[in-house]
Design a protein around this ligand. Structure first.
Ligand code: FES
Ligand SMILES: [Fe+2]
Length: 408
């Protein structure tokens, strides 16, 4: 198929058709979302008790994630083995067993078919065919693994274990941020007016931060000159960008009292919005990580978020944010995190433009399926690491990973 036709080892030009082509969308569902990749399902703290469940999509496939009576998290396709009805209709809840409302087939919390209404018929008449074997009609199960309180699922028997899939560098950042008792401070969910990959490109694009986000530059929150790096995992699948608290002469930029607009003609009316504390020994103040295909973990000062961008057809997607704190936070730290979280979410002072630009690019490339975008900042190859964040290395990495799985 022509749109997958990248030059060997060069992912610096991407045909615009990848954001709208129906066939590519269908191939992604098969090769990525039902293929050899792990997909974020839930935080373990969202399902604290036996019987707690949530429903969510993996790509286009509706999935039930549930904690069973042994404490394990299971995930099953939300599709009754009888005639395909959704078994769970609500977003979340607590149940002893899963019951399909259509004809009352019931499943246990591992997805095994337990009972069928009128299985033996009524007064000796009717009932299921004699050769029908309940044990052959469970809900379709996903493989599930958890790491640092995050549960992931896959339809693949071949994809390596979760930590091997992420690799040690990516696990290091997950452990740093989430390897402690966390609490959920809030959640945002909103639609985006474009293809899910436009958002994942944005997550990996370190070069736009000081250009698109005028809040950042106005209040001097981030400079590409700050010490940091971009790391791309083997094969391009995942990435991590980070920067480190500026020292000495740049120290003031994270001191809320010093926050002033560049031209000194106005300042934040509530500078406490940006009050922060040095949470990590490594002094990292910004870390953006993407885990292929559509999941991201982000630290922006003390705002720690998870993001999942779910495709809703070629031209639409849905973004969910989980905003997190640590159980050990003091009340002041918790309040600081909540105030700072105004930077993220659908109307966030920094995040708003990332959502908007997805729709603007979609509109911009409509009718230009035969043309290509350029990703040549920082060269054309896909190295594993760069100390410059003024580049499109990790975006090229995304396309390398995408291409590898789409062709597999
Ligand atoms: S479709 Fe579920 S019981 Fe019939
Ligand atoms: Fe951005």
């Amino acid at each position: 198929m022509a749109p997958l036709d990248f030059k060997p080892n060069d992912f610096s030009e991407v045909p615009y058709s990848v954001y709208s082509d129906e066939q590519i969308y269908a191939q992604e569902q098969k090769q990525l979302f039902q293929g050899d990749a792990w997909h974020f399902l839930a935080m373990e703290i969202e399902l604290p008790n036996a019987g707690d469940y949530k429903t969510m999509p993996v790509g286009d496939t509706p999935v039930i994630v549930v904690r069973d009576k042994n404490g394990n998290i299971n995930a099953m396709v939300n599709r009754c083995a009888h005639r395909g009805n959704l078994v769970c209709i609500e977003d979340h809840g607590n149940l002893d067993c899963l019951t399909c409302v259509y004809h009352n087939w019931t499943y246990d919390l591992q997805g095994n078919l337990a009972t069928i209404a009128f299985e033996k018929g009524i007064q000796g008449n009717g009932g299921m065919a004699e050769d029908f074997d309940k044990s052959c009609h469970s809900l379709q199960r996903l493989r599930v693994e958890t790491y640092c309180g995050l549960a992931f699922g896959t339809f693949s028997d071949d994809v390596p274990s979760l930590t091997d899939y992420f690799g040690p560098e990516m696990c290091g950042n997950i452990q740093r941020l989430l390897g402690r008792d966390m609490e959920l401070l809030g959640r945002f969910q909103h639609g985006l007016d474009g293809n899910w990959k436009l958002y994942m490109e944005n997550v990996r694009d370190t070069y736009h931060a000081t250009l698109l986000h005028s809040f950042m530059t106005t209040f001097r929150l981030n400079r590409l000159s700050m010490k940091g790096a971009v790391e791309v995992s083997e094969g391009g699948l995942h990435h991590l960008t980070y920067s480190i608290r500026a020292q000495d002469n740049d120290q003031g930029q994270y001191d809320a009292k010093e926050i002033r607009a560049q031209k000194d003609d106005y300042a934040l009316k509530a500078p406490e919005l940006l009050e922060s504390w040095p949470e990590f020994e490594c002094d990292t103040t910004l870390a953006i990580q993407s885990l292929f295909p559509n999941f991201s973990i982000q630290q922006l000062s003390n705002v720690i978020t998870l993001r999942l961008i779910v495709p809703k057809g070629p031209n639409k997607s849905e973004l969910t944010w989980w905003v997190l704190g640590a159980v050990e936070d003091t009340p002041e730290q918790r309040a600081m995190r909540i105030r700072q979280s105004n930077l993220v979410g659908p109307g966030g002072y920094i995040a708003m433009e990332d959502g908007a630009v997805v729709g603007w690019v979609r509109r911009g490339v409509t009718g230009a399926e035969d043309k290509k975008s350029i990703l040549a900042m920082g060269g054309r190859d896909v190295e594993r690491i760069s100390e410059s964040r003024c580049n499109e290395l990790a975006v090229r990495g995304f396309w390398q990973g995408w291409h590898g799985l789409m062709e597999s």
